[in-house]
Design a protein around this ligand. Structure first.
Ligand SMILES: [Cu+2]
Length: 307
């Protein structure tokens, strides 16, 4: 990327400090846990297995799982799951999950991730490129209006691999959220506004995609994101809530100049909402939680009219 095409860094000193700490954390984090989004501190036991059958009546899954050291030998058994995980489950799907005991003494799977070697290759290829691109960014620099949006590959709320290729050739609204956010003025409000924007775009008959990237990829599995989207009445045809390997998510957070510092139960964060035109360039960006759907809708019409 030519330096004159870069917009001026808007990061203040505080932000630079935070990014530096994040960068250090990311370095340490990467070496420990490169490909996986496994959260070793999550409750329960790590499980690897394959879904044998899906029972619509009890909304449970029959799973053959490998040996769980110090807890349970390999066997086939039935598990409770949350609604989003149940809706995503398919017989034959290999999975990684956490096994927990419910208060009633039952067995339940949480943090379910599809295990798919082909998909993992796609994720790796795209995200190695993203890593290089992110490493090449000047300290404190992040993408703004006029820049080309970085490519990525993540998993959406249906557990499907989604690459940025899919969004080329039409406008894309992109933002960052996480489902455990408890600040009503931040993620919950942003998602409500994205949902409104999706309705406005549909009513205008425009073909636009939406992507919300989670800042909390260990907790926000595809199933959790699916449930979240449904709560907000979001149509999943053109609105992808995405998650995936932590390094990839971190690189996107950094590339878009979002600050997200996480601890066990909370993610402190800023916001970024962008509109990416059909040629892949960022045409509008807002850092404010008070961004308005109207202003982003106007920007879409302007970008469209300019073509
Ligand atoms: Cu939030």
């Amino acid at each position: 990327m030519r330096s004159e095409s870069r917009s001026i860094s808007r990061a203040n000193d505080r932000l630079k400090q935070i990014l530096f700490v994040l960068w250090l954390t990311a370095l340490v984090g990467c070496s420990q846990n490169n490909e996986s989004q496994e959260d070793e501190d999550a409750p329960g036991y790590p499980l690897v297995g394959v879904i044998i059958s899906v029972d619509e009546e009890t909304r449970t899954l029959e799973v053959t799982h490998e040996d769980i050291p110090d807890f349970m030998p390999a066997m086939t058994m039935r598990f409770e799951v949350d609604p989003g995980d149940f809706d995503n489950a398919r017989a034959g799907q290999n999975i990684r999950a956490r096994l927990i005991r419910t208060e009633e003494g039952g067995f339940k799977l949480t943090r379910i991730w599809p295990l798919d070697e082909e998909a993992a290759k796609d994720l790796k290829k795209f995200n190695e490129q993203l890593q290089k691109q992110t490493d090449a960014l000047d300290m404190g620099y992040y993408y703004g209006e006029g820049d080309t949006a970085p490519d990525f590959a993540l998993l959406d709320q249906f557990g499907k691999t989604i690459t940025s290729e899919r969004f080329k050739g039409k406008p894309l609204y992109l933002n960052f959220i996480f489902t455990r956010c408890t600040d009503a003025h931040m993620c919950p409000l942003s998602t409500s506004k994205m949902a409104l924007l999706q309705t406005m775009v549909a009513e205008a008959g425009l073909d636009v995609s939406f992507v919300s990237i989670t800042m909390d990829p260990e907790f926000d599995t595809p199933g959790v994101l699916r449930q979240y989207a449904e709560v907000y009445g979001i149509d999943g045809d053109n609105f992808h809530f995405v998650t995936g390997p932590r390094p990839a998510v971190r690189n996107l957070i950094k590339s878009y100049g979002v600050t997200a510092i996480d601890n066990v139960d909370a993610v402190m964060h800023s916001l970024a909402t962008v509109l990416i035109a059909e040629d892949g360039s960022i045409v509008k960006r807002s850092e404010k939680s008070a961004w308005s759907p109207d202003e982003f809708f106007e920007a879409l019409k302007e970008a469209d009219g300019a073509d």
